[in-house]
Write a protein that binds this ligand. Sequence first.
Ligand SMILES: Cc1ncc(COP(=O)(O)O)c(C=O)c1O
Length: 387
Amino acid sequence: MSITENNTVLPNMSRRNWLKLAGVGATALSASPFLSACAQDSAVADTADGASSELAILSSNENPFGPSPKAIEAMKAEVANIYRYTYPSVMALTEQIAKRENVSPDQILITNGSQPILGHFSVWANSKDLTILTSELTYEGVPRVAEAFGSTVDYSPVTADLDFDLDTIAAKVKPGTCAYICNPNNPTGKIIDPAKLDAFVDTVSAQVPVFIDEAYLDIADDYEKQVMTKYVRMGRPVIVARTFSKIYGMAGQRVGYALMPADMIKEFASFQLLSNVNKLGLVAASASLDDTAHFEEMRVKMKLGREKLIAMARDIGRPIAENPQGSFIYMDTGMAASEFAAKMMDKGVRVVGSRWQERPEWSRICVGLPHEIEKCHAAAKEVLTSI
Ligand SMILES: Cc1ncc(COP(=O)(O)O)c(C=O)c1O
């Protein structure tokens, strides 16, 4: 261990890895497509004020219906207490999640949104020189961050149906690797067959660490079958990441958590980059978990929104990644996605342009409020039927 100027304790890392963490990695990170994508999304969110804005924001995978009223009440009740540090609130939420997931509290890590968990996994894999096995078409939070720190990422192509190709990924597993799986996947919305995923996690986690990103899982039709927490209970090197940003409608409040082995949490914490979640986020998350009626209502609303987007794609005759299970569709626009996004923007609708270079003509379009989806439908019809 070494101590820095501001008394931060640094773990023993090789000079190469520390340099990557401190400088080169950070520079690369700030220029990474991942961060620029996030910056773009939040700039939009910051300047547009939802209902009063003309802009329909269908680009950021937020929950347009907002958080549970009970979460809002909980934050109001706590607001005068923000002068206190958060330890008791972290402990309370940890206990609540532990009970709910039937794991031990020391197997839970609560963070500012789930992105810090993804980022820490990337840095952790780098510190152990692990190659990350994943899909060429998935969320950037692990692979691009890992690359920015100098890790090797081995991207497998998706199948013809745009699914994660678990067989190909499993065939590459060997000592010195680990896997990142996003289920349902972002940007495709594809969900993995539960039996296949179970067999994959069972076999692979007996050999190497497996990270499963379940950010959108509770929006999926059959989500309970897909939850992979049992492998954490079994003591496997499995990390399951969840977030309050999606179905719980708290993207701006920043709360996420991981279920993972206790010793791995200690290793993540040793990077000293974790900070506790803010107090209001913690109480809002806790109230959200208790509000099962809001959760069920959001599941219905998200599904209805997704179905409207699917109907839109059918109406304008564009292919999509079939049976999407997240809060978005992934559509082949038949033109450069960046051009499609620019033309949609001219019509007051924000969609994702060319974030995934592997599919330059595909755009991800997220569930919005009903009138926003209608606006999107009308705009896409005009843009795409004129080509
Ligand atoms: C698959 C996936 N995982 C993780 C995240 C990170 O979200 P947050 O940090 O808001 O929890 C996102 C954000 O869109 C995502 O799409």
